[in-house]
Design a protein around this ligand. Structure first.
Ligand SMILES: Nc1nc2c(ncn2[C@@H]2O[C@H](COP(=O)(O)OP(=O)(O)OP(=O)(O)O)[C@@H](O)[C@H]2O)c(=O)[nH]1
Ligand SMILES: [Mg+2]
Length: 668
C-alpha cells in the first residue's frame, strides 16, 4: 500500500458517500444523512489533508465543557492571553489556533478545516466560521494548539463547531474540572474518541486540595472503564488565576513539558498522528457501512413501493380483461340495443331451436336492420365505463398500499391526485375504445374482402357483422345471473351464427382472437399510462438501483489499501529552527524561550530509539505495530518521565527539560 493508494481509496469513499441517495423517509435515512455529512467533513477537514501531509505540525485541540478553563489553560501554556477567557458562558465562540510562526504556512491555507475562514491579529468577531491564527514564538514548531468552543453549552453552533474541531485534531487535550468530570456530555465525546482510538490526554482542572486524594483516582477509574486507560491524565490543582489571568506555572508545567516533548520528536508526533488517523479511518469505515446499509434499505423500499403499484394495476388489467370477455358487458344497454337491433326474444328462441335451418333468414333480418350503431355505442360506453372503473380501483389500491408506509405517505403528500384515475382518463379511454371498434370494423372489412365472403358481408352489412364480432368477444356465461344467461347465450348464438355464415368457423375464431388481443393490448396500455403516474414519482427520486454497492466497494478498497500498513514516506526535515530568543523577565509573568536543539539531543532516548527503529524511511509499518508504538509512546512515562503515570498532583517533581528553557522562577 502507498499513501497515494490510501488517499485514492478514501477519496473514492468520500465520493461514494456523497453520491449516496437517501430520499425515502426510512428509519436509517436520517442518521445516514448525518453520517455522510460528518464523514465527508472529517475526510475533508482531517483525514485526507493529514494523509497527504503526515509531517505537518501536530494539531492539539483543547476541548471540553464551557467554563472548564480551556482558554485559561491555552493562555497559560503560552504565558500570555491569546484567547479571551471569561465569566460569561460560553466565552469562546470562534476557535483560536496558537502556533509557532514557522508553522503558519501549514495552517493559513485551506489545507485543514477548509470551511473556516482564517483571521489574524488580536480582534475576533466571534464568528463560528472563523479560525483565528495567533503566532507565538514561545510555542515549539511542530505543534499547534487550538482553543475550541465548548462542547456542551446551549449555543448550538458552538457544539457543532467543537465536534468538527475535535474530529480534525491529532490529539485531544480534554479539559474537565473536579466539579464536572462526571458530566455526561464530555463522556460521550471521550467514548467516541476511545472508540476510534484517537490520541487523548485529559486535564483535570481546578482540583481543590481536599479532593486531590480522591477525584483523580475516581477519574482514572472512569477513564479505564471508558477505554482511555492509556491516556495521560494531568491534574491541575485549584489556584486562582493571577492578575494576568494565567495559571501558576507549577500547575501547568507538566502539560507544557509533555507537549514540548511531543513537539520535539517528529517520530513521536508521527505516531500520534498515525494513531489518531488510523483510528479515524477505522471508525469512518465502520460508519460508512451504515450508510451503505441505509442505501440498500432505500432500494428495497423503492422496489416495495414499485411492486405495490404494479400489483394494483395488474389486478386492474386482469379484472377488466376478464370482464370484457366474461359476459359482463352483455347486460344493460348493450343487451337492450342488441335486442332493438335483431328483434325479439321470440326470434332468439326460434333461432336457438332451428339454427341450421335459418341461416338465410338471419341474413335477411340483418339486411332489414342496416343500422347497428346503437349496439356499437352501447358497447363503447359499457367498455369505457369498465376500464375507467378499473383504473379508479387500481389508483385506490396503489394509494392504500403507499399510505401504509412512511416513505409512501411522504410521496403521496406531494401528489394527492394519485389516489384517483387521472382527470383526462375517461376521455382517453373513450378514444381508445372507439379506436378499437374501428379496428374491429376494419378487421371485418378486411376479412370480407375475398370473393366468396364479399357478397355475404354486403348482405349482412359491415356494421352488423362488426357488432356481432364484438358481442362474441364479450360473450360468456361467467358473471351473468338468472335469466340473463339464457338471453345472453341466445344473443351470442345469433351473433356467432351470423359471423360463421359470412366467414366460416375457423375465420370467426381467428377474428375473435385477434380482436380480443387488440382490446386487451389497448386496456393494458391505458392502465400502463395510469400506472406511470406513480412510476414518475418514484423515478423522480433519482434513486440509483445499485444501493450501497459503491460505498461497499469503496470500503473494500480502503480496507485493502490499509491492510499493508502505512508506508511512511522518508522523514521530512524538521521545521526550520526559529532564532533562539532571549529570556525575558517581565516582572513576574511567565515568558519562556526556546532553543530547539532537539535533532541531536532527543529528550527521550528510549522512545526515540524505538520510534526510529520502527520508522525507517522506506519501511511499511503495520498498523498493529504502529498502534503498539503509539501506545508505548503515549504512556506518560515513555514520553515524559517527569510526568507520573499516576495522577500528578501539584508541581512536577522534575524541572522542564533543558531543551525547553523558560524564564522566571517556574511559578507565581
Ligand atoms: N479559580 C480558578 N478559576 C479558573 C481556573 N481556570 C479558569 N478559571 C476561570 O473560569 C472562568 C472560565 O474560564 P475560561 O478559560 O474562559 O473557560 P473556557 O473553558 O475557555 O470556557 P468557554 O470558552 O466558555 O468554553 C474564567 O473566569 C477563568 O478565569 C482555575 O484553574 N481556577
Ligand atoms: Mg474558552
Amino acid at each position: 500500500m502507498t499513501m497515494v493508494g490510501l488517499v485514492g481509496a478514501l477519496t473514492g469513499l468520500r465520493n461514494a458517500l456523497r453520491g449516496t441517495q437517501l430520499p425515502l423517509d426510512l428509519p436509517l435515512a436520517k442518521p445516514a444523512t448525518d453520517t455522510v455529512h460528518q464523514l465527508t467533513k472529517q475526510l475533508d477537514d482531517y483525514v485526507l489533508p493529514r494523509l497527504q501531509a503526515i509531517e505537518a505540525p501536530l494539531l492539539v485541540v483543547v476541548g471540553g465543557s464551557t467554563g472548564a478553563g480551556k482558554s485559561t489553560l491555552v493562555n497559560s501554556l503560552v504565558s500570555r492571553e491569546v484567547s479571551a477567557p471569561g465569566v460569561i458562558r460560553p466565552t469562546t465562540r470562534s476557535p483560536v489556533l496558537v502556533l509557532n510562526p514557522a508553522d503558519e504556512p501549514w495552517f493559513s491555507s485551506a489545507r485543514v478545516l477548509p470551511g473556516l475562514t482564517r483571521t489574524f491579529g488580536p480582534t475576533a468577531t466571534g464568528s463560528p466560521n472563523q479560525l483565528r491564527l495567533v503566532t507565538d514564538p514561545s510555542l515549539p514548531p511542530g505543534l499547534a494548539i487550538l482553543d475550541a468552543p465548548d462542547i456542551d453549552s446551549i449555543v448550538e453552533p458552538n457544539r457543532v463547531l467543537a465536534s468538527q474541531l475535535m474530529d480534525a485534531g491529532d490529539l485531544w487535550l480534554f479539559v474537565t474540572s473536579a466539579a464536572r468530570y462526571g458530566d455526561a456530555v464530555p463522556w460521550r465525546f471521550l467514548a467516541d474518541a476511545a472508540a476510534r482510538s484517537a490520541a487523548v490526554a485529559i486535564v483535570l482542572d481546578r482540583v481543590p486540595e481536599a479532593a486531590q486524594s480522591v477525584v483523580p483516582d475516581d477519574l482514572r477509574r472512569l477513564m479505564t472503564e471508558g477505554g482511555l486507560k492509556e491516556s495521560p491524565l494531568f491534574v491541575v490543582p485549584e489556584t486562582k488565576p493571577g492578575k494576568d489571568g494565567l495559571l501558576p506555572e507549577a500547575g501547568i508545567a507538566p502539560i507544557r513539558t509533555w507537549l514540548g516533548t511531543l513537539a520535539a520528536s517528529s517520530a513521536s508526533r508521527r505516531q500520534v498522528v498515525l494513531q489518531t488517523l488510523d483510528g479515524a479511518i477505522t471508525a469512518l469505515v465502520g460508519k460508512a457501512s451504515q450508510v451503505a446499509d441505509a442505501a440498500d434499505e432505500q432500494v428495497a423500499a423503492y422496489h416495495r413501493l414499485e411492486a405495490d403499484v404494479i400489483a394494483a394495476y395488474r389486478e386492474a388489467e386482469r379484472q377488466v380483461g376478464a370482464q370484457a370477455s366474461d359476459g359482463s358487458l352483455l347486460r344493460g344497454e348493450v343487451l337492450a340495443r342488441w335486442h332493438e337491433y335483431v328483434g325479439t326474444t321470440a326470434f332468439f328462441r326460434v333461432i336457438d331451436e332451428k339454427v341450421s335451418w335459418l341461416r338465410d333468414k338471419i341474413t335477411a333480418v340483418f339486411r332489414q336492420h342496416p343500422d347497428a350503431s346503437g349496439v356499437k355505442v352501447a358497447a363503447e360506453i359499457g367498455l369505457q365505463a369498465l376500464i375507467v372503473e378499473a383504473a379508479e380501483r387500481a389508483a385506490e389500491r396503489a394509494e392504500a398500499a403507499w399510505q401504509a408506509t412512511a416513505p409512501g405517505r411522504a410521496l403521496l403528500a406531494t401528489r394527492p391526485d394519485l389516489g384517483r384515475a387521472s382527470t383526462t382518463f375517461a376521455g382517453v379511454a373513450d378514444q381508445s375504445v372507439a379506436a378499437w371498434q374501428a379496428d374491429v370494423f376494419g378487421l371485418v372489412s378486411q376479412e370480407g374482402a375475398g370473393r366468396r365472403q364479399k357478397a355475404r358481408l354486403a348482405a349482412a352489412g359491415v356494421n352488423g357483422v362488426g357488432a356481432c364480432l364484438m358481442l362474441v368477444i364479450f360473450a360468456s356465461t361467467g358473471g351473468l345471473t338468472g335469466a340473463e344467461i339464457g338471453i345472453a347465450g341466445g344473443t351470442t348464438v345469433v351473433a356467432q351464427k351470423l359471423l360463421e355464415s359470412v366467414f366460416g368457423d375457423e375465420a370467426v375464431r381467428r377474428l375473435a382472437a385477434t380482436a380480443k388481443a387488440n382490446l386487451i393490448a389497448r386496456i393494458d396500455s391505458l392502465l400502463a399510462g395510469e400506472r406511470a403516474r406513480y412510476m414518475v414519482v418514484l423515478d423522480g427520486l433519482g434513486l440509483a438501483q445499485e444501493g450501497g454497492r459503491p460505498v461497499d466497494q469503496a470500503i473494500d478498497e480502503v480496507t485493502t489499501q490499509r491492510a499493508g500498513g502505512y508506508d511512511i514516506p522518508p522523514q521530512e526535515p524538521e521545521p526550520p529552527t526559529p532564532p533562539v530568543e532571549k529570556q525575558v523577565d517581565d516582572g513576574g509573568s511567565m515568558i519562556y524561550t526556546h532553543d530547539y536543539e532537539i535533532a541531536g539531543d532527543p529528550p527521550m532516548e528510549e522512545t526515540t530509539d524505538l520510534m526510529e527503529e520502527a520508522l525507517q524511511p522506506t519501511t511499511a509499518l503495520p498498523i498493529s505495530e504502529a498502534a503498539a508504538l503509539a501506545a508505548t509512546m503515549f504512556s506518560a512515562s515513555a514520553v515524559a518521565p517527569s510526568l507520573p503515570l499516576t495522577p500528578n498532583i501539584g508541581a512536577p517533581t522534575e524541572p522542564p527539560p533543558a531543551w525547553l528553557p523558560r524564564s522566571g522562577d517556574g511559578g507565581q
